[in-house]
Design a protein around this ligand. Structure first.
Ligand code: NAD
Length: 475
């Protein structure tokens, strides 16, 4: 099966010369080719967005929300086809791909509701006869740069808050997973969304991504991806003082105390590292388990992880876990595990590349690492979880906080006071208690330290796409 891609600018599809091969990571087969759009194409897309933005912003926000709902409705109609594309280009299992598509439609609907809820403020003035009003205004033209791990959902996560608040957007999907975005553009073209409000360009980070970020038309870069790319984007955006919203990597810790429901913790943490093949920014990567329950926890976790079937999700619908995204990722993950093993860590299960076509790595549990090992501070972003023992909650919190990343964290305990202490002392954007790490659309997904700047989802995520204007009215 080969998939179609076309750049979408100002409501028109363009066929640029294809330059980058795209692979199905489950089989290694080429499934299509995409262009590597250069600064000229990117500039045309941004100019189309700029031309459309003011007229779009003048519409009532509720009307803009209706446009999001129209896209959501078409996504629901095409769910099976879109899920197939997502599974093929990204390698996730079909039920998860279906969930991702459904969530995308739900997200568009959720942000559409904000069309009637965007509010300003009336501020009391020091002067007699003066009224102070604070308005929320769109940023203008937004560049949305996407990762490959939830390639379809991420489009809505950028597009929905940007559009309902009156911005126009140019989206660049990951060059690894461009076809869902192309299908999204075809859906947009079937709706009444004014030309230029949504545009799509494609290509690599250094070429297309950098051209977007460096262009002065862009008033905000909304980026989800690695911390390294986030840092490069911030440096480039600094030249024009362009606002950045950065959703970056994570190294999520999970603390399991001696009073925890062990089966619940095992189930949640095994799922966390195998759903989407461990390729989610908020997956638990480091478990700190109380010594009193460590043996039971390790045995059960290793058994749970070892029992996960893996393979090509579209070749065998029964598999629970698909591939990682590409060969380089397999090598990187294997390297982290081998480095830990060579320095004395134990591999309780897995720890090997699955031979054959595609990019498959065994679900793996590594135990007894030391803080200096690469696996303890580099993001694994694959089906590998590390388990270490602790003697107290204080020790767990200290180890959890000892990271450059600060996205998500979790704790498993039946004690309210341990829960509240952990929430107070864990320095992360999110803390999950007795459950898997998976954020809600009405929350606020935001990291600290190298996990990012700003956040996404909910009211606070919506307002990221606005700036304020205060009017002082003397009468
Ligand atoms: P990546 O940084 O390699 O690429 C992300 C996007 O940025 C791609 O579209 C890429 O082409 C582009 N890009 C790369 N360098 C660029 C540059 N210099 N200028 C402009 N654009 C550039 O990330 P990835 O491998 O696609 O995704 C995995 C990473 O994303 C992980 O680190 C993961 O933790 C993170 N992530 C974070 C969140 C979150 O909400 N915090 C969510 C999902 C993924």
């Amino acid at each position: 099966m080969t998939l179609d891609y076309q750049t979408f600018i100002g409501g028109t599809f363009l066929s640029s010369a294809a330059a980058v091969d795209v692979f199905n990571p489950a089989t290694g087969q080429v499934i299509g080719r995409v262009p590597n759009d250069d600064a000229r194409v990117v500039d045309a897309a941004l100019k189309a967005a700029e031309a459309a933005q003011e007229g779009w912003a003048r519409l009532p926000a509720h009307t803009r929300g209706l446009a999001l709902r129209a896209i959501a409705s078409k996504i629901r109609e095409k769910l099976p086809e879109l899920a197939q594309i997502t599974a093929l280009e990204q390698g996730k299992v079909l039920p998860l791909a279906q969930m991702e598509i459904a969530l995308t439609a739900e997200y568009l609907d959720y942000m559409a509701e904000w069309g009637r809820r965007i509010e300003g403020e009336v501020i009391t003035s020091d002067r007699p006869g003066e009224t102070m009003l604070m308005f929320r205004r769109p940023m203008g033209v937004v560049a949305g740069i996407l990762p490959w791990n939830f390639p379809f959902f991420m489009i809505a996560r950028k597009v929905a808050p940007a559009l309902v608040t009156g911005n126009a957007i140019v989206v660049k999907p990951s060059e690894e997973t461009p076809f869902g975005a192309a299908a999204f553009a075809r859906i947009v073209a079937e709706t009444d969304l004014p030309a230029g409000v949504f545009n799509l360009v494609c290509g690599t980070g250094p070429t297309t991504g950098e051209a977007l970020v460096a262009n002065p038309i862009v008033q905000m870069v909304s980026f989800t991806g690695s911390s390294a790319a986030g840092s490069a984007i911030m440096a480039s955006a600094a030249r024009n003082i362009t606002k950045v919203n950065l959703e970056l990597g994570g190294k999520a810790p999970a603390i399991v105390l001696d009073d925890a429901n062990i089966d619940l913790a095992v189930g949640s943490l095994a799922a966390s590292k195998t759903i989407n093949t461990g390729q989610a920014c908020n997956c638990a990567e480091r478990v700190y388990v109380h010594r009193a329950v460590a043996q039971e926890f390790r045995d059960k976790l290793a058994a749970a992880v070892a029992g996960i079937s893996q393979g090509d999700p579209l070749g065998d619908a029964a598999v629970a876990m698909g591939p990682v995204i590409n060969r380089a990722a397999v090598q990187r993950i294997a390297g982290l595990v081998e480095n830990a093993r060579s320095l004395g860590a134990q591999v309780l299960t897995g720890g090997e590349i699955l031979e054959g076509p595609g990019c498959h790595y065994r679900p793996t549990v590594v135990a007894d690492t030391t803080p200096g090992m690469d696996i303890m501070h580099r993001e694994i972003f694959g089906p590998v979880i590390v388990v270490n023992e602790i003697d107290s909650l204080d020790e767990g919190i200290a180890l959890a906080n000892a990271s450059e990343y600060g996205l998500t964290s979790s704790i498993f305990t039946e004690s309210l006071s341990s829960t509240m202490k952990a929430i107070a002392e864990l320095r992360f954007g999110e803390t999950y208690v007795n459950r898997e790490n998976f954020e809600a659309i009405q929350g606020f997904h935001a990291g600290v330290r190298k996990s990012g700047i700003g956040g996404t989802d909910g009211k606070h995520g919506l307002y990221e796409y606005t700036h304020t204007q205060v009017a002082y009215i003397q009468t």
